[in-house]
Ligand binder design. Structure first.
Ligand SMILES: Nc1ncnc2c1ncn2[C@@H]1O[C@H](COP(=O)(O)OP(=O)(O)O)[C@@H](O)[C@H]1O
Ligand SMILES: [Ca+2]
Length: 495
């Protein structure tokens, strides 16, 4: 018993003053780390939301984007959290019944109302951008397009979001914002990396956009968009070909084959055994072909398939004009295009079509792609319907695949060597490739012109250093109390 007391007396760790110092030391470390963590922690992970509706020529889609509230100015942070495909056709198809255009958007808007937290509704911007379908309607009948917009705006204003208006995007905007989306999602802008070109194939128009070192805009100012993003200047070449989306291109190809108003045609872009009765007035009801409408034709013609890729390429080539170019070089229709440069992301119908045809792998040599298309186009229609059932677009994939290859090679001058620079993409890091994200980033000023100041250390690094320093100081403090430590004595164990 007395030996135990003697040892307790010798052991300074059992002295109240040492215990108090230790407890205070531990409490100080805990307090220091807690304060450091709380004080410097990123503000609570509250999110902001934005909604963009893409009113395309064939259909409308709604996208919800979200980003951490305190990181508005940081790149790579805005993500698509939801998409909703509006049932029915694009809003331009409701020209004769505009109120139905507004109604058609309701289901997706209700979904957005459920998904965006109610306390964020009033601060969530909602944009509707219309592309080539409305551009064509506006050309054809501007008061009809006004009526459609009026109906759509009326419907969207009924929702609790901060509606920022519905408008037609110019072809330049559509091309440039598609390029911003691709490069933002790829984290190329903030890091100042070499950018990727963007190829967008829609139903009524198609866009090509890329940065060119040889293009300063002087040759063709209409094709030039300048951006300063995160401290880097970008000189973008962009062009949108109205009527060269795949649905209007199909109309033009059919129009080329029915100039004389025949009662039937054998179309090489459709499969053998395919046959359909088509109405001349429906086919020619678009500003892309209306001037070519044959006179004195029967109301309908029989559209039969011939299933021949090479002949299909020949009829498609006829919709491109290569005869005049007032610049050093052109793509087609007398439009300036600098030399192709770098890598490209091809999305929207480029992806849908090449995905269906199992041709998204661009390491497949271009000659093999053509060979595969040749075989696909030669497949009898009965065999295809047996294999796939009656799926949407089935009859058109031979035309669409041939059109894509022709547009890329004959139109934009991609070669067997440069074809592998194209990647067919649908999504990048969970967000759809398309103009909508770039449009919202621009309108919400989410990409600063100059590089934002970044803290020298990330938060986790900061916390680790504070913790290590605090522990180190404490250990030093304990070491400095060494004179008070118990002397090492070989005491027998006391049971
Ligand atoms: N699964 C699919 N297979 C083939 N084509 C598709 C598929 N889904 C959508 N598309 C096509 O993608 C195109 C989308 O164009 P859209 O954005 O509506 O027009 P635009 O951009 O010219 O206004 C349309 O031609 C549509 O038919
Ligand atoms: Ca589109």
């Amino acid at each position: 018993m007395s030996a135990q007391r003697e040892m307790k007396e010798k052991n300074h760790w059992h002295k109240p003053v040492t215990i108090i110092i230790t407890v205070i030391g531990v409490m100080a470390i805990v307090a220091l780390v807690t304060v450091a963590v709380l004080q410097n922690r990123p503000l609570s992970q509250k999110y902001k939301y934005g909604i963009v509706m893409d009113a395309g020529s064939s259909h409308t889609a709604l996208y919800i984007y979200a980003w951490p509230a305190e990181k508005d100015n940081n790149t790579g942070r805005v993500e698509q959290t939801h998409s909703c495909k509006v049932k029915g056709p694009g809003i331009s198809s409701y020209a004769s019944n505009p109120s139905k255009a507004g109604e058609s958007l309701r289901v997706c808007m209700q979904e957005a109302k459920q998904l965006v937290p109610a306390n964020h509704h009033s601060e969530t911007p909602l944009y509707l951008g219309a592309t080539a379908g409305m551009r064509l309607l506006n050309l054809e009948d501007s008061s009809a397009s006004d009526r459609v917009f009026h109906a759509v705006e009326g419907a969207l204003q009924k929702f609790p979001f901060s509606f920022q208006g519905a408008r037609i995007l110019s072809g330049q905007e559509e091309g440039a914002f598609g390029w911003v989306t691709v490069n933002y999602l790829d984290d190329r802008l903030k890091q100042g990396l070499e950018t990727k070109g963007a190829l967008d194939l829609g139903g009524a128009s198609t866009q090509i956009s890329f940065v060119s070192d040889t293009f300063d805009g002087s040759e063709s100012p209409d094709n030039n968009v300048n951006f300063r993003l995160y401290g880097n200047d970008y000189n973008l070449y962009t062009h949108s070909f109205l009527c060269y989306g795949k649905d209007q291109a199909l109309r033009m190809t059919l129009a080329q084959q029915t100039l004389s108003g025949p009662g039937s045609i054998l179309d090489p872009c459709f499969h053998r055994g395919y046959t359909d009765t088509k109405n001349y007035s429906v086919l020619y009801d678009s500003p892309c072909v209306s001037k070519m409408k044959p006179q004195n034709a029967t109301p309908t013609f029989t559209h039969k398939g011939g299933g021949d890729f090479l002949q299909c390429q020949d009829v498609i080539k006829r919709i491109f004009n290569f005869t005049h170019c007032k610049y050093n070089q052109c793509s087609f229709n007398g439009i300036f295009q600098p030399f192709l440069q770098g890598q490209y992301g091809a999305f929207s119908a480029y992806y849908f079509v090449m995905d269906f045809l199992n041709l998204t792998d661009t390491s497949i040599p271009l000659e093999d792609v053509k060979e595969k298309l040749k075989r696909y186009c030669a497949t009898p229609w009965s065999e295809l319907t047996q294999q796939h059932g009656n799926i949407k677009y089935l009859a058109e994939y031979c035309f669409s695949g041939t059109y894509i290859v022709t547009l890329l090679t004959e139109g934009y001058n991609f070669t067997s060597q440069t074809y592998p620079t194209i990647k067919y993409i649908k999504k990048i890091k969970g967000s759809d490739a398309g103009w909508t994200l770039g449009y919202m980033l621009n309108l919400t000023n989410m990409i600063p012109a100059e590089a934002p100041d970044t803290p020298p250390l990330p938060h986790a690094g900061y916390v680790s250093i504070v913790t290590i320093m605090a522990i180190l100081l404490f250990v030093l403090f304990i070491v400095s109390l060494r004179p008070l430590w118990p002397r090492c004595s070989k005491q027998p164990h006391i049971i």
